[in-house]
Every structure is written in C-alpha cells, then in structure tokens.
Ligand binder design. Structure first.
Ligand SMILES: Cc1ncc(COP(=O)(O)O)c(C=O)c1O
Length: 391
C-alpha cells in the first residue's frame, strides 16, 4: 500500500491535500519520497520560519529533548522562564500564557477579555466584535469569532457572543459599540491571512485602539500569522503604531514545533489567575527551546531589516511579472493577484514544477521561510512566472 493510500485509509479527510509525500527538507527546499525537490514558498503556512531543519534550531531542540522534554505546569522550568522574559521584552508585553496553536492562543485572549469585563462590570458584558472576512481558528469558539458565514455551518450550537463589522469601517464599529452595551472587546488581524492577504488601513487600526480605550474594551490583535517577524517587524502592530492590550501568536513562533502564545499588558496582564486557564503541553520545554532559537535569529543584527528587503525584492519582481495584476501584504506575507489564472490551478502546476505555494481566496499566497536566500527567491519566481505567462 502506498503512503497516500495508507494515509487516506486512516486519517480523516479534513484537507484537500496535494498528492505529494514530503520526506525531508533543508533551508527552503523540501524533498518528496521520490526524491523530487521543491522550493517552498509556503513554509508549512508560515510556520517553518527558519526553513527546514535549521542547524542551530535543530541543535537547540535536540539538546532540550535530551535534557528534560516535558514537565507539568505545576512545576517551573528555566527554559520557559528565560523564553517568557525574552518574548515579553522584545514585544513590549508584561505577561504571557503559552499554549499549542493559534486557535488556543485566541481562546485565551477571548477568556482574558471576558474575565476582565466580568471582574470589573459583572456578568452580561461578554460580546466580542471581530471583522468580516476574518479567520481566528477552528475550535467552536474561534469559529464563532471568525467573520465568515462559510465557517458557521454544521457544528451548532456555536459559542454566542460574537458580532462582526466590516474591516476599515470605523462608523460601523462605533455604531456597534454604541448600540450594544454588552461589548467587551474588539479583535482584529492587521493583515487578514486566510481571508485573502488583506491589509487593514492604519487609520482604522488607530480607530480601533481609540474606541477600545474610550469604552474600556480589550483590544485584541490576532498576530498568529503576521507575528514573529513575518511582516518585517517582530509584530505587525509596530508598523501600525498601535499597542493592543492582548496579542496572540503561533505559527512561526517556534520554527515548526507546536506552540501558541497569548501576550497581555496593562489592565489585561493579571486577569487570568490560578485555576482559570491551563494547558498540559503549554510552554513545553522543547517548544520553548525551539522558540528561543527562532528568537535568537529574529533579534540578530539586521535580520528583520533583511526580511523587509526580501519582501520588497519579491514585490518588485512580482509587479514586473506577466500575468500579475497586483500584490498585497507586508514583508514576507505576500498576496499575488493573478490577471487571469485560477490560484488553485497555479498551485497544482507549481507543485508539478517543483514550487510549493499557497492560496488565499482569489489570491496566490506566499509565506516563504524568513531565511530564504535571493537565489531561491529567483528560482521560485521563475517557476511562477513561467506558469502565469502560459495563461
Ligand atoms: C490569523 C489566524 N488566527 C488563527 C489561526 C488558527 O491557528 P491554528 O491553526 O494554529 O489553530 C490561523 C491559522 O491559519 C490564523 O491565520
């Protein structure tokens, strides 16, 4: 039985997978079980931030596996303490809760917002406004938070207490807050990733902060996809000139080891108390060791500037490419608007030619490893250009 047949006989069919069995990888190259090589412009949906099997990252992870791989959170570990201190310092937050995924980080943020409100105002003030076309995860509550009807099917009853207003529409947000006294938080992505790589207007981001401050709401930023260097700064919020009360992270944070984090500051930093939240694996020593190795690289001299420059390099080349009508995004989170081509066709054709890409709605989405070389960018873009100019 082939790997794909075995897989399909036993693993639930929750994904539309490509018929490729990835076997190993190095830097921004993956190799399948037949030995075919691929340049990876997707990095496991923005997760292998240092590419495949980065030497220093692998050494740090392996050393941790051989030292202590797990303890319950009823004990302390130095690796979690050190990483928490560094993460809070570089992001400008006071406290962090570690979990294992983006959806879990958002669940934590939602709990903080509702508990902050309940501690201060009592019950009945637990509604969270999220944006139309957002994506916040696959748990029942984060599906409710997700502002897309397509996700609000089958799994009834969904968690109540979420309303959605359009992105970049300050008047709609102000109206919703004024009319609904149960609102306790506003949650946004600075760039809607799954929603199609759509950037939020800076003015709107500042309006969200202003409206939250004026109404004592919790401003939550879902930086699961945009955070940890992806857009060329540690957090995308830095480029928007805002400071949310709570920021969530996951994906690239630990370079491919499952980890999520919910950062909080000011009024939100001490909301969760003993017994109000928890996770068996959250802050696991192996994940923290991997995350520390990622942070070492992100904070090394000139690294984030280089991410910005590579983002610019991508954008110049893409804008000159036949078959491309525009691009969106920031840093190495790139949406490509094809003139005519269907993004899914492009994805399939690219894979056959040795390039792995992603799609998001009507766009081709690129989330290459932050460490990708110019040579690999050129090679990958040549494949993309060949495909787009065929159409
Ligand atoms: C912005 C955003 N939030 C949350 C999630 C959910 O993350 P996870 O799949 O790790 O639960 C995603 C995943 O794509 C995301 O892009």
């Amino acid at each position: 039985m082939s790997t794909i047949e075995k897989f399909n006989s036993h693993v639930m069919h929750t994904y539309g997978r490509l018929p490729i069995v990835l076997d190993k990888g190095s830097a921004s190259n993956a190799t399948d079980e037949n030995g075919m090589e691929y340049i990876d412009f997707g990095s496991g949906i923005g997760t292998n931030s240092l590419g495949y099997c980065d030497e220093k990252w692998a050494d740090a992870v392996c050393a941790q596996v051989r030292t202590i791989q797990h303890t319950s959170n009823y004990f302390y570990t130095k690796v979690q303490a050190d990483y928490a201190e560094r993460l809070c310092t570089v992001t400008g937050y006071e406290s962090v809760f570690f979990c294992n995924s983006g959806a879990e980080a958002n669940e934590c943020a939602i709990k903080i917002a509702r508990k902050y409100s309940s501690d201060k105002y009592g019950e009945g003030r637990g509604t969270i406004i999220t944006l139309t076309n957002s994506f916040h995860g696959r748990t029942i509550t984060t599906l409710s938070a997700t502002g897309q009807d397509v996700f609000h099917k089958y799994f009834f009853p969904f968690t109540p207490g979420f309303i959605h207003t359009p992105a970049n529409d300050t008047a709609a947000l102000e109206k919703a807050v004024a009319e609904d006294k149960s609102v306790c938080a506003v949650m946004v992505e600075f760039i809607q990733g799954e929603g199609g790589v759509n950037r939020l207007d800076p003015d709107f981001a500042r309006d969200v902060q202003r409206i939250c401050e004026a109404n004592d709401l919790v401003f939550i930023a879902d930086e699961v996809q945009t955070g940890m260097g992806r857009t060329g700064t540690m957090l995308a919020s830095e480029q928007y000139g805002v400071k949310p009360d709570v920021t969530t992270l996951a994906k690239g944070i630990a370079g491919g080891i499952p980890m999520g984090a919910c950062l909080a500051r000011g009024k939100c930093s001490d909301v969760l108390t003993a017994g109000t939240h928890g996770s068996t694996f959250g802050g696991n020593p192996i994940a923290c060791a991997g995350a520390a190795a990622v942070l070492d690289r992100l904070t090394s001299d000139g690294f984030l500037e280089e991410v910005q420059q590579k983002g610019y390099y991508f954008s110049q080349k893409l804008l000159d490419m036949k078959g491309v009508s525009g691009i969106t995004g920031m840093g190495l989170m790139i949406g490509v608007i094809p003139e005519k081509a269907d993004p899914h066709d492009v994805l399939e054709k690219a894979a056959k030619k040795g390039l792995l890409i992603l799609t998001a709605k009507e766009k081709i989405r690129l989330l290459p490893p932050l460490t990708i070389s110019r040579e690999q960018i050129d090679k990958g873009l040549k494949i993309l250009s060949d495909i787009l100019s065929e159409v």
